[in-house]
Design a protein around this ligand. Structure first.
Ligand SMILES: Cc1cc2nc3c(=O)[nH]c(=O)nc-3n(C[C@H](O)[C@H](O)[C@H](O)COP(=O)(O)OP(=O)(O)OC[C@H]3O[C@@H](n4cnc5c(N)ncnc54)[C@H](O)[C@@H]3O)c2cc1C
Length: 811
């Protein structure tokens, strides 16, 4: 066994084998995999191993396409052919119009990744799958590339290819401890000796937290028991000259594929069970949980009704095994929060279908610092401090119960709520607030007209349309108050803070005391990594001179990681998170200044407190920090309040606001208004797949300034020319907003992808942002949007259709 290597991958299921293989493909061949037993002896060996191209966003579709391509290549390898039924086709069923809408959207989205799904009616579903009845069926989504693979052969083939490239695989070698050294390298202790390495990868499936504990972390991953059965031969299948397509059913929560001349039917029962919460028997190897078909009776009946042939067929075997889940259903593939040189590929609940792609995404992150797709949807840092196995178990149960029922826009399911609140949450709830969830934070979405107001879940403009319009109108004409909780805020102190920040941002961010600026961070490939507001707070009795770094609520771990990583050892810079200690109250609208003046001493006039200023002040008797910035496009103030004073400040603002028509507004109104101003959302419009020129951030870039992270690559990209451009669109539809992921089309070809869409109530336009081919980004260019299966007009307009001169926000 080697005693020194570059990367040690721990775990020899699909996650570990795929990572090992892809590391060698990316050029790192001095890599090792250690497995406590035999390869695939965790969950992988008994997987139903279905391989679909279906995904909820373009990254998931893209990485699954990679799996499929790779598996086809492995199946065709004459030296070691892997058993892969590629292209049996698969149908996701639907019995509601809302599900069909979703499928039409997913088809539009996948087309942008070169994947063609078909939306079928019920009769066509039955024509393609001769065993199903059309009772209570509207139609379905057809994935022509659906299939299943032999999981053990797949892992052996990946390990074999990795070995050929120079990697080594040590079986029956349990990892017993991990030691990290001062230089961030690791020693992996195993039962057969130690291996020193630069980087460790946790790919330990349901034993993720045994290995997590060895490095002092707690991964938010929980396991669920999951069952399928295999039937005896079914005559219709024996007689059929082609294989049965796969089925996935959100009506009765089961899936089904052909296995030999019978069927394999798997269930997602409501009465489901977590597994291994109190520890896992060390001898649970190549093992299964006890069968319990009684538990799945609720969903079994639905499967039998859909496929009457099942009623006449015996059950040959039952498989019940543990499957891992995370809080939002997507795995954790990337850097381990708070650790250096440590990565994970865990929480895979569809690891056979996705594993090829996840291995690629992880290997690219390890070797190049970033993957070819934006990997935020699988980034382990997307959940921050509130997540743990307890909360994950609640979300896992809910997710399991809804396995094939995708989330609708604005849908936030009830399990594990409220996770993060402020002292205002119950106050706003009593005012009638409906909440959206942002990284666990309950954030006010809008004020409900009645306590039992429940807008329909679908992809259309819904009953909130007029409510949001009224909230926006009050902000435009009077003044609105909005709580923005969870906003990420770091306090950066030390003599070198400006030099440090200058290196982090691609533009000139102000260094002046009392001033505020917006900046963009790039990765080493010159692509957009992050966005932050910098507020320079002068020294006071509240602290020394300092910069506040403000970014998206979900960015806390991501941005802290990125900043810490680039801090030089000899730099006098300290970074402290204030995210959980403070909350922002936004006061926005033409009368905002009047409310501020009525509650706070000092000169708040246009000249006395200029746009883009920051000042420490009091609202009533409560200490606050006020920033003159606006996301709505109206005159606005961000009032940063320690949580202990939040209620007092709220009461003071509400009381003073009465005579000025102050009303509450929520996140939906904010979104509508920011779309009218050309303001972007991190990880919706700001993606690592595009550079800042492509993202239309030209005014925030100063290539000629001194060195900054990503400069060299950005200059090269600038010379090579744009590959895409973010533009604002007017969508010619009154029934639905543009949905992120939707494809823009011209002459039958995909020419762009929607990143954000919302109605602009002040400009009276259905607005969208999208990345399009650069030659199509000029104002006035017309194309079509595939919106829920209908082609609707889409025309490029100016980025800031509301108050393009930005006069209103300057007050
Ligand atoms: C019944 C069932 C049906 C499924 N059907 C499908 C499907 O149709 N399609 C699909 O895509 N997915 C399916 N899945 C899910 C899929 O099987 C899993 O997502 C996948 O197998 C997980 O792979 P993994 O590599 O993450 O974990 P595992 O396969 O569990 O591998 C982890 C490995 O880490 C090793 N390990 C743990 N601790 C240590 C240690 N200390 N030292 C060294 N090694 C260690 C283990 O021995 C194990 O081999 C199904 C799962 C179940 C249970």
């Amino acid at each position: 066994m080697k005693t020194q290597t570059r990367v040690v991958v721990i775990g020899g299921g699909i996650a570990g084998c795929s990572t090992l293989y892809h590391l060698t493909q990316e050029g790192w061949t001095d890599v090792v995999l250690v497995e406590r037993n035999e390869l695939t002896s965790g969950t992988t060996w008994h997987s139903a191993a279905q391989v679909t191209n279906f995904g909820g966003n373009q990254t998931m579709v893209g990485l699954k396409s990679h799996s499929i391509k790779l598996y086809q290549e492995l199946a065709a390898d004459a030296d070691y052919p892997v058993g892969y039924h590629h292209g049996d086709g698969g149908i996701r069923l639907a019995n509601t119009e809302e599900q069909m809408q979703g499928y039409r959207h997913f088809a539009s989205m996948a087309r942008g990744m070169g994947v063609d799904f078909e939306v079928l009616d019920a009769e066509e579903c039955a024509r393609r799958h001769p065993l199903i009845s059309t009772d209570n069926l509207l139609g379905g989504l057809w994935d022509a590339s659906d299939g299943d693979i032999d999981p053990a052969q797949l892992c052996q083939a990946l390990a074999r290819r990795a070995r050929k490239a120079g990697a080594e695989v040590y079986r029956n070698t349990p990892v017993t401890a991990l030691t990290q050294h001062k230089d961030d390298t690791w020693t992996v202790h195993t039962e057969h000796g130690d291996i020193d390495c630069e980087i460790v990868v946790n790919a330990c499936g349901y034993r993720v937290n045994e290995v997590g504990k060895m490095m002092g972390v707690h991964h938010p991953v929980a396991s669920m028991e999951h069952q399928y059965f295999l039937t005896e031969d079914i005559p219709a299948i024996v007689e059929s000259d082609k294989r049965m397509p796969l089925l996935r059913c959100p009506i009765s929560d089961y899936y089904c594929r052909q296995e030999k001349n019978g069927l394999l039917v798997g269930f997602y029962e409501q009465d489901c069970k977590t597994w291994g919460m109190d520890g896992i028997d060390p001898n649970f190897v190549n093992a299964l949980c006890p069968d319990d078909l009684d538990r799945v009776m609720d969903v079994l009946a639905g499967a039998f009704e859909r496929m009457p042939a099942l009623e006449e067929t015996g059950i040959r075997a039952i498989v019940n095994g543990p499957i891992t889940y995370t809080i939002d259903g997507a795995p954790l593939v990337g850097p381990i929060p708070g650790k250096r040189n440590a990565f994970c590929i865990i929480g895979l609940r569809a690891g056979l279908g996705e594993g090829g792609g996840h291995g690629l995404m992880l290997a690219q992150q390890i070797v190049h610092g970033e993957a070819e797709f934006d990997t935020w949807c699988i980034d382990p840092r997307r959940f921050t401090g509130h997540t743990n196995v307890e909360l994950t178990a609640l979300k896992s149960i809910e997710d399991y119960q809804n396995e094939f029922r995708f989330h609708f826009p604005h849908e936030h399911r009830p399990a594990g709520r409220p996770a993060k609140t402020t002292p205002l949450t119950p106050i706003l709830a009593a005012e009638g607030a409906e909440f959206t969830v942002v990284n666990g934070w309950e954030r006010m979405d809008y004020i409900k007209p009645t306590p039992d107001f429940h807008p329909a879940l679908n992809f259309l403009f819904d009953e909130t349309f007029d409510i949001v319009a009224a909230e926006v109108k009050n902000v435009q004409e009077n003044v609105g108050l909005c709580e923005v909780n969870g906003f990420n805020r770091f306090e950066i102190t030390g003599a070198d803070r400006h030099a440090f920040l200058d290196r982090m941002f691609c533009g000139n961010v102000t260094k002046k005391d009392g001033r505020v600026g917006l900046g963009y961070m790039l990765n080493h490939h010159g692509m957009v990594k992050g966005e932050a507001t910098i507020a320079n707070i002068p020294a006071s009795d509240r602290g020394p001179q300092r910069a506040w770094f403000g970014s998206a609520a979900a960015a806390e771990f991501h941005d802290m990681d990125w900043l810490q990583k680039h801090l030089n050892a000899d730099e006098d810079v300290q970074i402290k998170s204030l995210t959980n200690d403070q909350t922002i109250l936004v006061l926005a609208g033409p009368k905002a200044r009047k409310v501020l003046e009525a509650t706070s001493r000092g000169d708040w006039s246009k000249e006395g407190f200029k746009w883009l200023s920051v000042r420490e002040a009091f609202i009533g008797f409560s200490p606050v920090t006020v920033l003159g910035v606006s996301f709505s496009g109206e005159l606005a103030y961000e009032i940063h309040v320690p949580n202990a004073s939040l209620y007092a400040v709220y009461l003071a603002l509400r009381a003073a606001g009465k005579e000025h028509g102050l009303g509450l507004f929520g996140a939906r109104a904010v979104d509508s208004m920011r779309m009218e101003k050309g303001f972007m959302h991190w990880k919706a419009d700001l993606l690592t797949e595009f550079d800042p020129f492509e993202t239309s951030l030209d005014r925030f870039i100063k290539v000629e300034k001194g060195d900054f992270i990503g400069k060299e690559a950005l200059v090269k990209r600038q010379e090579a020319g744009l590959t895409a451009k973010l533009a604002c669109f007017k969508i010619d539809a009154t029934h639905a907003p543009a949905i992120p992921g939707g494809s823009l089309m011209l002459d039958g070809k995909v020419v762009g992808t929607i990143t954000s869409g919302d109605y602009g109530h002040r400009v009276g336009m259905n607005l969208a942002y999208a990345f399009v081919k650069p030659e199509l980004a000029a104002v006035g260019t017309k194309m079509e949007l595939d919106l829920l299966g209908d082609m609707v007009g889409a025309e490029v307009i100016e980025m800031s259709p509301y108050d393009p001169s930005y006069a209103l926000m300057r007050g």
